[in-house]
Design a protein around this ligand. Structure first.
Ligand code: 5GP
Length: 204
């Protein structure tokens, strides 16, 4: 079997708990690499350059688009976010499964460019729970919370375009399911075209 890593997009409403879920996945299972995005938004308290994001100016972001350094990018609530190409390609070549925590516009760009990508959408158990988590986080102003809730309603329309829907009710169970979904991708027949062709050749 070929050892190339799988590309995984994880999206979810702001407040869906996807950040905590991804952190748990990285802690519990080996062989995952999380891509760090570039953004033009300002760092939140506690966020670190190069760990949470690469915080860049709009000018720098535009330069990265022009030079093809980003495999996708999107605007979200007035700020730009994008995925650096080099890290993703290198880690996949090395056989690691690469996780992109990105929003829907970027997810669909990735699926178009790399159809083998698995798209996973994480939701909280209910809309009421989503509102509670978003307000309870205490890191955002009311205006930002309102914009993010509005955006959540828009994103809900695109959920059906994802391959899997994951309800983030109980962290341990959700993390185990996420791992299973990703590992199953390694066995998808279309990822093994070369082995299948070789087998057919030998049988004839
Ligand atoms: P936040 O500001 O809360 O960190 O992120 C806002 C949204 O941008 C989230 O839905 C997050 O998944 C998404 N996001 C983060 N990085 C990227 C990226 O590189 N590309 C795209 N398209 N979305 C991203």
């Amino acid at each position: 079997m070929k050892n190339k890593g799988v590309l995984v997009v994880i999206s979810g409403f702001s407040g869906s708990g996807k950040g905590t879920l991804i952190k748990a996945l990285l802690e519990r299972y080996p062989n995952y690499a999380l891509s760090v995005s570039c953004t033009t938004r300002k760092p939140r308290t506690g966020e670190a350059e190069g760990r949470d994001y690469y915080f860049v100016s709009e000018e720098e972001f535009r330069r990265m688009i022009e030079t093809g350094e980003l495999i996708e990018y999107a605007s979200y609530c007035g700020r730009y976010y994008g995925t650096p190409r080099a890290y993703v390609e290198k880690r996949m070549e090395e056989g690691q499964d690469v996780l992109l925590e990105i929003e829907i516009q970027g997810a669909l760009q990735i699926k178009k460019k790399f159809p083998d990508t698995v798209l996973i959408f994480v939701t909280p158990p209910s809309a009421a729970e989503l509102k509670r988590r978003l307000t309870g986080r205490g890191t955002e102003t009311e205006e930002v919370i309102a914009a993010r809730l509005h955006r959540a309603a828009e994103e809900a329309d695109g959920m059906e375009q994802y391959d899997y829907l994951l309800i983030n009710d109980e962290l341990d169970a959700c993390c185990a399911t996420l791992h299973q979904i990703i590992q199953c991708q390694h066995h998808r027949a279309f990822l093994h075209r070369e082995e299948i062709a070789a087998l057919c050749g030998e049988l004839k």
